[in-house]
Design a protein around this ligand. Sequence first.
Ligand code: AMP
Length: 227
Amino acid sequence: MSDPTVPVSGPRPRQILMLIGAVASGKGTQAEALSTSLGIPHLASGDLFRAALREGTPVGERAKTYMDRGELVPDDITIDMFMEELGKPQASRGAILDGFPRNVAQAEALDQTLAARGEKINAAIYIDVPSEELVSRVAGRSVCPVDGTVYHDIFDPPAVAGICDRDGTPLIKRDDDKPEVVRERLARQVPPMLDVVKHYDDAGVLHRVNGRKPIDEVTSEIREALA
Ligand code: AMP
C-alpha cells in the first residue's frame, strides 16, 4: 500500500546549494570538492557563460555583448541559463550554484523562479575571508604566459622560483592580480555579496564557514554544516 505521507507526484526533492565567496576565497575549490562528494554538478556562472559563448548557443549569443564589455549579463538571461542547467538529468539530485546570485535582485529573482516550481535554496554557504587576506592571496599568484598554468608563492609554488614547471617559461604577474587592482575589485564585489549573505541568513538557510582555515578543514566545516 502506498504511504499517504509520501507525495506521489511533483518535483523530486533535491538539494540546491549555493556557495558564496569573494575572489580567492577558495569557493571554486570547495565547490569542486562538494560536487565530487555529493555527486551533484557544480554550476559556475562564468564557466557556463563561457561554454555557451564557445558553443554559440542562444544564451551565449544573448550574453556575448555584456560579457565583452565585462558587465553583468541581465538577470533574465542568467536565470534562464541556470534553470536550463537545473533541468538537466545530471541535476536531478541537486546542484551547487557558484557565482550566482551576485546581488539581492538576482537572489530574489532566483527564489521566485524556484518557488514557482516548488523548490528553494536548501543551503547557502558563505566562505568568509577578510579582504586583506584575499588581497595577499591574489598578490602571491603568478602565471605562465605560454600555457596559462597558475602558481602561488606560498600555496602552490613552482619547483624553481619564477619558472613554469611544465615548459620552463619565466612566470609573470597579471596586472589584475596587483594589490591595488584587487582592492578595487573587492570594493565593488563585496558589498552586494554581503547583501546576498544577509538575504539567505534572513531566509534561515545560511551557513558561515571560516575560509582562513586550510582547504581540507574548510571542506570539513562545510560538510558538517550540511549534515
Ligand atoms: P566570472 O568568470 O565569474 O568573472 O564571470 C565572467 C562573466 O560572466 C562576467 O563578467 C559576467 O559578464 C558574466 N557573469 C558571471 N556571473 C554572473 C551573474 N551572476 N550575473 C550576471 N552575469 C554574470
